[in-house]
Write a protein that binds this ligand. Structure first.
Ligand SMILES: [Zn+2]
Length: 638
């Protein structure tokens, strides 16, 4: 088994070939419509993929946005790539141990789905032949390329696709690995590690949609299959496992078919006027719409169309769906769809199907029959060989057919952009900006007292710098790490707010368990109904207030607890000691446990347990050794 990854990262900043902002979701400002021209000049090599797409005869509508200009509309040639963008691609190449090219030469890669207004995607190799160390294994890096992001698909109608120009042109770094990966689990691990290493450049967009993976997989006896659009790490493993099962079953089917009399010489009959489909909604609906029903033999295919793990029927249906033919039904899935066992036998007899023969049924306009039959014949021809080379799309758990794997002849030189020379002095300069490795960075954070796992999380979410400065300012590395993990789990982490809270915490004013609730909700409700409330004041600074049970402000606006909080705790402890005066005198320190329980009942959540016990111990000791009248006044000085 051979697995290779193509990992895509969006680079933050401007777009690759114009000065528009690289962002998604900006305001729409009108639209225009174009048709895809497949045959023209340099694009005359109609490869299989382009042909198949052209059959759809689609129209593309493009929505202009605030961050799109004439370049995105393909009415102006591309501008020179941004310096920072190019530098990021070089840094990423160096992080992955690649050799940086002497000249970046942009090429045109044909796209046939309308996702680029120009009909091609511009792509330029920046780094080559790298090695990425993952544990004990070395994963070869084929290349690091800089390319432009495609349009964002808004919706797909029957003969039209609507795209937004907001995403078109966002710089994309594509990292391709050699097919060195040997299992779905390893694929996930490698993608995660490369992601973490590349993020250290600090130039990768943080939006969740900004990282995507394509997978290449082939198994023994199979063919290369490319899987597009895997969005998350966990999906990599799931999708690959299912895809391996699919390919293995196709290899097995090919083995079975080799011993059978499989032919693409179908016997076709018009069954429109037969009585087989009276109870079938699928077919009566088609008839009402003026469609006809055709039946045809599928010689030698019984039991491989839909039988346990064998799902050749689904493969055929997927191919038909790409040209808009739905509702392909075959004998392996009958009785079903209102067609009973008796009808199944009758149809089989009428078509003259023999022992190992299956049959298929479709409802369509008669002028589409030959196209339908051709598609089925070609898929069966491929099934005899095994796994067809395809581009497939990732679903949540498995894959679906998109198009045949395009040939490699789709690249043409981009004449609108000059060659970009990268001289060795410049590369040396950039070399100095290469960040420390992940392991170096994690070790450093560990040396500050941050737990290793939390250090990794902070690197992944890119708040390790904030974490480091918090630990320097406030101490308590474990509290800082845990707290920031909560802060950065939210959609818009507010570092100022977090810092305000940690500052209070470091002064001993906020119990650590309430830190997180305060950050998330802005309110921490204490036992007994009092509340700590986080608010913004007039000058937009965060302030803390203490509100009583009745909702009235008790302390605030800036929650100046220093001293006051101790006073309140002292008051409570004092009253508890007074209530148990005799016990304290008799047992001294031995009364601690009992009193602690009582104090906790009154203050739990409001103060740190350790602060309470320290103060209580001190006050008990003073009360039992001195005359219990005056010592309380000094007890709070810590
Ligand atoms: Zn632009």
């Amino acid at each position: 088994m051979k697995i290779g990854l193509e990992i895509h990262f969006q680079v933050s900043g401007r777009k690759l070939f114009c000065e528009c902002k690289g962002e998604e979701g900006t305001k729409e400002l009108g639209s225009f419509t174009r048709k895809l021209a497949v045959v023209s000049g340099e694009r005359s090599e109609k490869d299989a993929a382009a042909l198949q797409e052209s059959m759809k005869g689609r129209e593309f509508e493009y929505r202009k946005t605030e961050n799109s200009c004439l370049v995105e509309m393909d009415e102006e040639p591309p501008h020179y790539p941004g310096k920072d963008t190019l530098e990021t691609a070089i840094i990423v190449s160096l992080i992955l141990g690649c050799k940086v090219v002497d000249n970046v030469h942009f090429m045109r890669k044909i796209v046939i789905d309308g996702s680029n207004t120009s009909g091609f995607q511009r792509t330029g190799i920046v780094g080559l032949h790298g090695v990425f160390k993952k544990g004990t294994s070395n994963i070869g890096i084929t290349s690091v390329t800089l390319e432009e992001e495609a349009c964002r698909k808004i919706k797909e109608e029957e003969n039209k696709v609507v795209y937004s120009l907001d995403r078109l042109g966002i710089p994309l770094i594509e990292i391709s690995t050699d097919p060195d990966i040997r299992s779905p689990k390893e694929a996930r691990d490698v993608a995660e590690s490369i992601g973490l290493a590349v993020k250290q450049s600090r130039m990768i967009r943080r939006e969740t949609s900004s990282i995507r993976q394509d997978l290449n997989i082939s198994i023994r006896g199979g063919n290369r299959v490319e899987i597009k659009g895997v969005q998350s790490l966990s999906q990599i493993e799931k999708v690959l496992s299912k895809e391996i099962e699919r390919q293995q079953s196709l290899v097995e089917i090919a083995g079975i078919l080799r011993n059978r009399d499989v032919s693409t010489d179908f016997h076709i009959e018009d069954l429109t006027n037969s009585s087989f489909f009276k109870s079938s909604d699928v077919f009566t609906k088609g008839l009402k719409a003026g469609k006809k029903i055709f039946g045809f033999t599928l010689p030698g295919l019984s039991g491989v169309l839909n039988n346990g793990k064998y799902r050749l029927g689904r493969e055929i249906a997927e191919r038909l769906r790409t040209v808009g033919i739905g509702g392909f039904i075959h004998s392996d899935e009958l009785p079903n769809y209102g067609i009973g066992e008796a009808e199944k036998k009758e149809i089989s007899k009428r078509l003259g199907a023999k022992n190992e023969d299956a049959f298929g049924l479709v409802s369509l306009e008669s002028n589409r029959l030959s196209q339908c039959i051709e598609i089925i014949q070609s898929r069966i021809a491929e099934a005899k060989k095994g796994v067809p080379a395809e581009t497939r799309g990732a679903n949540e758990n498995d894959t679906r057919f998109l198009r045949p794997l395009p040939g490699s002849s789709r690249m043409y030189p981009e004449t609108d952009i000059q060659l970009i020379p990268l001289d060795s002095e410049y590369i040396k300069d950039v070399q100095r900006k290469v960040p420390p490795t992940v392991e170096q960075r994690v070790s450093h954070l560990e040396s500050l007292g941050i737990p290793r796992q939390e250090a990794f999380v902070s690197l992944w979410k890119e708040y390790d710098d904030v974490l480091e400065s918090f630990v320097n300012d406030f101490g308590s590395p474990k509290v800082c790490a845990r707290f920031l993990a909560v802060v950065f789990a939210s959609e818009r982490p507010d570092v100022v707010k977090a810092s305000t809270l940690l500052e209070r915490f470091s002064r001993g004013n906020i119990p650590s368990e309430s830190l997180e609730a305060l950050y998330r909700e802005g309110v921490f409700i204490m036992p007994g109904g009092r509340k700590i409330v986080l608010k913004k004041n007039d000058s937009s600074n965060y302030v803390l207030e203490l509100h009583g049970k009745d909702g009235n402000k008790e302390i605030g606006p800036d929650f100046k607890f220093k001293g006051q909080s101790d006073e309140r705790l002292q008051k409570i402890i004092k009253s508890v000691i007074m209530k148990n005066e005799n016990l304290v005198r008799e047992r001294g320190d031995g009364s601690f446990k009992l009193l602690m329980g009582e104090v906790m009942k009154q203050v739990r959540g409001e103060f740190e347990g350790k602060d309470i016990s320290d103060l209580l111990k001190k006050m008990i000791s003073e009360a039992s050794h001195k005359d219990g009248k005056t010592e309380f006044q000094d007890a709070g000085k810590r």
